[in-house]
Design a protein around this ligand. Structure first.
Ligand SMILES: Cc1cn([C@H]2C[C@H](O)[C@@H](COP(=O)(O)OP(=O)(O)OP(=O)(O)O)O2)c(=O)[nH]c1=O
Length: 202
């Protein structure tokens, strides 16, 4: 029988919180304090797995005793195009640069997922990738999109689930991976540890 005491989502992302909520499980929300520094010498999948793991481990350490027998889920999402990793834009200029770069092209979205299960002393880290095709955008369209305010806390400066749906022509692969939490991958990882979101179990 599982000794699991609680589930923690180590994230401040409203998308990740909503996506996990739909399975009716109870979980605490504890955002990590990790500086999201990308290592441009490492491949994108290594970056997202390293960052997801760092986020989970930081929250695990900070929770101390109360992390005992808990299961901590964390994730990190980036956009990868033509050898460049795009994180979250910190201002309008960066958002413009990113949107201009992904315009009329296909890019890859990588999300790393980390699960720390203290009840069985296991850490699983994996990643998912999806391909997203963005329509050709004029500078005016890019500026109009930036005005919605949506790009700022999103990797690659767009949100497929919002106004960004109007600039995405096509997605190949897991849609939820693009939103920030690849649910199919997450459940396959949970199944390796003996849980299943389909059974409302965790
Ligand atoms: C590409 C894309 C990204 N995103 C979001 C998902 C993530 O929240 C964000 C990428 O930043 P992350 O650093 O992965 O996550 P975060 O800082 O929002 O939250 P935390 O580290 O606390 O878990 O971009 C969308 O919501 N829609 C999209 O279409």
């Amino acid at each position: 029988m599982s000794k699991l005491k609680k589930v923690v989502l180590a994230s401040s992302s409203p998308r990740r919180i909503e996506l996990l909520k739909q399975f009716g499980i109870k979980f605490d929300i504890v955002p990590s304090n990790v500086d999201e520094i990308v290592d441009h010498d490492l491949p994108p999948e290594e970056n997202v797995m390293n960052l997801a793991k760092k986020k989970g481990e930081e929250v695990f350490r900070r929770l101390g005793e109360s992390a005992k027998d808990s299961l901590i889920i964390s994730a990190d999402t980036i956009v990868f195009i033509e050898g460049t990793i795009l994180g979250k834009p910190s201002n309008e200029e960066e958002a413009f640069y990113m949107l201009k770069k992904i315009s009329a092209k296909r890019h890859t979205v990588f999300t790393g997922v980390c699960i720390i299960d203290d009840s069985c002393r296991q850490i699983l880290v994996d990643f998912e990738k999806s391909y997203v095709y963005i329509k050709q955008m004029s500078d005016e369209e890019i500026l109009r999109y930036i005005k919605t305010g949506e790009p700022f806390d999103k990797a690659g400066a767009y949100a497929i689930q919002g106004f960004g749906s109007l600039i995405v022509e096509k997605v190949e692969g897991c849609f939820y991976n693009v939103v920030g939490l690849p649910l199919y991958k997450l459940n396959t990882m949970l199944q390796k540890l003996g849980y299943d979101l389909m059974k409302g179990e965790l």
